[in-house]
Write a protein that binds this ligand. Structure first.
Ligand SMILES: Cc1ncc(COP(=O)(O)O)c(C=O)c1O
Length: 389
C-alpha cells in the first residue's frame, strides 16, 4: 500500500468534506463556503510586501527562522492591543496557525497523550492532533449558545492530557469567551495540573483576535493563564490566507520558557521548515499596524443577519470572526446546503464540522454575493416550510 495507515485514516475522516465539495455545481455566484477572500487584499498590505521583496541586502532571501525585527514588532503589538507582556525572543514566526498548531503539539506532547478540543471546532484540529500521534478528546460547547462548559472540560482532562485548544473569537459560532469564564477555565486547568502533577497547557488559537464587533474589547485567554501559547495568523485580518504568515507567542509568565523556546524552534524545523518566508517576515513591522476594515465587515454582518432574521432564520449574530452560524430550517443541513448550492449559494453544512442541524456563512463574500444570495435564502426557507429541502 503506497500510503501510510495514519494518513489514510485521516483522509477517510475528511472524505465527507471532499464529497460535499465535489457535489457542488461549478459556478458560485454567491460563495460563503470558506474564509477565502472575495475582495482584493488591502493596498497597504500589497505595498508592504512589494517593499519587503526588494533585495536591499544579501540576507533578504537567506534562510530565515524568526527575524528579530518582526518578533519585536509583534511583542510591542501584543502589549499595546491586548495588554500581554511577551519578550520578543518568545515570539516565533510561523506560516499560519496550521503550522503553529502542528509545531506546538510536537513541542509539548508525546505519542499517546491526549489533547482536548471544543466542538464544534475548526475542522482541522482533529486531523492535526491525530497526525501528531495524539488522542483527540472532544468536549461539546453548550448546545445552541456555544458557550464553554468548564466543568465538562475539567472532567475530560485525564493524567495523559497535555493541552486544551481554545478558539476565541470562535469559528464557527462567532462567540467570544468572556473574562469570567476564562478565569474559571484557568482555575480548572491549574487544578487539573496539580491533580495529575503535569502542566496542562492552553493552546489559544486567536486567528480572529482582531475581528471583534460592536466596540467589544477582546480578552485574550493567555492573559488569564500563563501556561499558554498564543497562536495568531494574519490570514484573516489582512484577507490573505494564501500568503501563510502567523506566529506563536509565549507570555513572559510562561514557566520554563527558555527550554520551550528552543524546543518550539526545533519542532518548527521538524514540521518541515514551518517558518514564514523571509519576504513576509521583513514586511511584519508594517503589517502589524494594519487593521481590518471592521466597519465594512460589521455593516455586512448586519445587512445579512437582519435579512435572514426577517426571513425567519434562527442564527447567532457573531460577536467576532467573519462567520454566521445559522440553524438549518430542515434537520438535514447537508441537503439544505445542497439545495442552496443548486440555486447558486454556497454555504458550509454543519454536519461537516460537528454541528449537525446548522450551517455556516462566511462574510468574506463580497457585497454583490450577499445581494445575490438574500432572495435565494428567502426562497430556500419558503421551500423548507413547504416540506422541501
Ligand atoms: C480557528 C482557525 N484556526 C486556524 C486556522 C488556520 O489558519 P491559517 O490558514 O492561517 O493557518 C483557521 C482558518 O480558517 C481557523 O479558522
Amino acid at each position: 500500500m503506497p500510503v501510510g495507515e495514519r494518513l489514510r485514516a485521516i483522509a477517510r475522516s475528511l472524505e465527507p468534506f471532499s464529497a460535499f465539495y465535489r457535489s457542488l455545481p461549478p459556478t458560485r455566484p454567491a460563495d460563503f463556503l470558506f474564509g477565502n477572500p472575495h475582495e482584493p487584499a488591502p493596498a497597504a498590505y500589497v505595498e508592504a510586501l512589494r517593499a519587503a521583496a526588494e533585495p536591499v541586502d544579501p540576507a533578504r532571501y537567506a534562510y530565515t527562522m524568526t527575524l528579530a525585527a518582526a518578533a519585536s514588532a509583534i511583542a510591542t503589538g501584543l502589549r499595546g492591543r491586548i495588554g500581554l507582556a511577551v519578550h520578543p525572543e518568545d515570539v516565533t514566526i510561523t506560516n499560519g496557525n496550521f503550522a503553529g498548531l502542528a509545531a506546538v503539539l510536537r513541542t509539548i506532547a508525546d505519542p499517546g497523550d491526549s489533547i482536548v478540543y471544543l466542538s464544534p471546532p475548526w475542522f482541522f484540529y482533529e486531523p492535526l492532533i491525530l497526525a501528531a500521534g495524539l488522542r483527540p478528546i472532544r468536549v461539546a460547547l453548550t448546545l445552541g449558545t456555544f458557550e464553554l462548559d468548564v466543568d465538562a472540560i475539567a472532567a475530560a482532562i485525564g493524567p495523559d492530557t497535555c493541552a486544551v485548544i481554545l478558539n476565541s473569537p470562535h469559528n464557527p459560532s462567532g462567540r467570544i469567551v468572556d473574562a469570567r469564564t476564562l478565569d474559571d477555565l484557568a482555575a480548572a486547568l491549574t487544578d487539573a495540573s496539580e491533580r495529575y502533577g503535569r502542566l496542562v497547557y492552553l493552546i489559544s488559537d486567536e486567528a480572529y483576535q482582531r475581528i471583534v464587533f460592536d466596540g467589544r474589547v477582546f480578552a485574550s485567554p493567555v492573559t488569564r493563564y500563563p501556561s499558554s501559547f498564543l497562536l495568531y495568523t494574519y490570514a484573516k485580518t489582512l484577507l490573505s490566507p494564501g500568503s501563510r504568515l502567523g506566529y506563536v507567542a509565549m507570555p513572559a509568565a510562561m514557566p520554563e520558557r527558555d527550554e520551550l523556546r528552543e524546543a518550539l524552534v526545533l519542532a518548527q524545523l521538524l514540521t518541515g521548515w514551518a517558518f514564514a518566508s523571509s519576504i513576509l517576515q521583513h514586511a511584519v513591522p508594517h503589517l502589524e499596524g494594519l487593521d481590518p476594515d471592521l466597519a465594512s465587515l460589521q455593516a455586512r454582518r448586519d445587512h445579512l443577519c437582519d435579512a435572514l432574521l426577517r426571513q425567519g432564520y434562527e442564527l447567532l449574530v457573531p460577536e467576532g470572526t467573519f462567520y454566521v452560524l445559522v440553524r438549518s430550517p430542515i434537520p438535514d443541513d447537508r441537503a439544505f446546503a445542497q439545495a442552496l448550492a443548486a440555486d447558486g449559494v454556497w454555504v458550509l453544512p454543519g454536519a461537516l464540522f460537528e454541528a449537525p442541524g446548522w450551517f455556516r456563512i462566511s462574510l468574506t463574500a463580497n457585497e454583490a454575493m450577499v445581494d445575490h444570495a438574500i432572495p435565494r435564502f428567502a426562497r430556500a426557507i419558503e421551500r423548507a416550510a413547504r416540506g422541501g429541502a
